[in-house]
Design a protein around this ligand. Structure first.
Ligand code: IMP
Length: 428
């Protein structure tokens, strides 16, 4: 198989970085197709941790192309910070390609993301404040500035002038905020444009050429199904499409050219920001999951909300994205638990629900139906094959595959590259 999509099945932070990194070893091209620097992937290579936000994870492999697709909310400041950090650690940056159609995150996007979300008061989404929502809002409002504009000095100066006049009016009227300075932003962004120009190209043409040449292409999703703007727990969602269909719109590669979809399933659940989370454990179990799993945000450092695995959510993600294989991550975090629970359905007003309710009011009131599994109470980090896993861990995985209707493809038993059990050998 030549084109593989990796997508998160829960509320993000499933450990996609590790699985993407593992698959990236075999890929010629790694592509980001949505989201932006709101993502935070931690990849551990030979004991060294790399925290990536905007950069495709393939950057850690010599010779692979790393594409920032047109669907990405592209923050040039963050990209350059990451590039500098990686170059200082000896990483080769020559494979980077940035779409000329990606929308650019500007200082007013970051500012408005912060004050705009706070202004919602109790209804705030708890965004990462990276300007992602406001950048996509400008795109959809057809006033966005794209990378092709950024690298065109004259065009950028003109577009920035028009946009900033509007944004400063909004800042004053809505938030009584002082205006942002045109010359300062212009100078800052001209500097970014000069450094990034060599990496910009038509990534749609490039990717379709690579597909036609039979190259192995990995599409790396950020965030996850339950944060998708349409399919997630709206309005507590991000502003893009992390589902596999997002590849078609965010990278310009047609749906029929996608061969395999891998859904990342953390062995338990976490969520950052506000919004319903049926299996949340606001108790000692939740605290134990957080501490064992070091569940704190890569980007925002916020403590994550924690709970048991919700297999209903994973089944839903499987339907929407056409997931072929699950990659179960962080199974080792459950090593010391006496018992482990899995939500296999929801009850609402005494009735068993078959679907994920669209209404947040309903979702906030559902009662999870749990199955309980005895813990395996031993370290699984050294297991390198499915057979080596304790029977109790296998029982948990088997039931997960049954309830979700998705085959088991990979099991991750630790943060390092080699702490990975590959069950399905035909992913790429
Ligand atoms: P935004 O993407 O910054 O607009 O934030 C919208 C929602 O998505 C908030 O609840 C964020 O916490 C959540 N979110 C955004 N990116 C990630 C991520 O990479 N992992 C987990 N949650 C995220």
């Amino acid at each position: 198989m030549a084109t593989v999509v990796v997508t998160g099945t829960q509320w993000g932070d499933e450990g996609k970085g590790k699985i993407v990194d593992y698959l990236a070893q075999q890929a010629d091209v790694v592509v980001r197709f949505q989201g932006g620097s709101n993502a935070g992937h931690t990849v551990t290579v030979d004991g060294e941790e790399y925290k990536l936000r905007l950069m495709p994870s393939g950057i850690l492999y010599k010779g692979s192309l790393c594409v920032v697709g047109n669907g990405v909310a592209f923050d040039p400041m963050i990209m350059l910070e990451e590039m500098d950090g990686l170059a200082a650690r000896g990483i080769d940056l020559s494979g980077i390609r940035i779409s000329n159609r990606a929308h650019v995150v500007l200082p007013y996007h970051r500012l408005m993301d912060g004050i705009g979300d706070e202004a919602r008061g109790k209804g705030k989404i708890g965004t990462t404040k990276r300007g992602i929502g406001p950048c996509y809002m400008d795109r959809d409002n057809r006033i966005g500035i794209r990378v092709c504009d950024l690298i065109d000095k004259e065009e950028f100066a003109k577009r920035l002038k028009e946009n900033l006049a509007l944004k400063n009016k909004e800042l004053k009227a809505l938030y009584d905020h002082e205006p942002l300075d045109y010359d300062e932003i212009l100078k800052e962004y001209e500097g970014y444009a000069d450094r990034l120009r060599p990496y910009v190209c038509d990534t749609i043409a490039l990717l379709n050429e690579e597909v036609a040449a039979g190259k192995k292409i990995l599409f790396e999703g950020a965030q996850a199904t339950m944060l998708d703007i349409d399919y997630g727990t709206y309005p507590y969602v991000t502003a893009s499409h992390p589902i596999s269909g997002g590849v078609a719109v965010g990278a310009g590669v047609a749906p029929k050219k996608i061969d395999k979809v891998v859904g990342i399933v953390k062995a338990y659940c976490t969520r950052v920001g506000e919004g319903p989370f049926p299996t949340e454990q606001l108790n000692a179990i939740g605290d134990k999951i957080r501490e064992e799993g070091h569940e704190y945000g890569v980007v925002t450092k916020r403590p994550r909300r924690t709970g048991w695995l919700d297999a209903c959510v994973v089944r839903y993600a499987g339907l929407i994205s056409g997931i072929d294989y699950m990659a179960v991550t962080r199974l080792d975090i459950l090593d010391s638990f006496d018992e482990i629970k899995m939500c296999v359905g929801y009850k609402y007003k005494g009735e068993l629900l078959k679907e994920i309710p669209a209404s947040l009011k309903v979702l906030a009131q559902v009662e999870p139906v749990y199955e309980t599994f005895p813990g395996w109470k031993t370290s699984i980090t050294k297991c390198r094959s499915y057979e080596e896993l304790p029977e109790k861990a296998k029982a948990y995985l088997t039931r997960m595959a049954e309830v979700t209707g998705i085959a088991l493809g990979i099991v991750s038993v630790g943060p390092n590259r080699d702490e990975t059990i590959v069950v399905a050998k035909d992913i790429f």
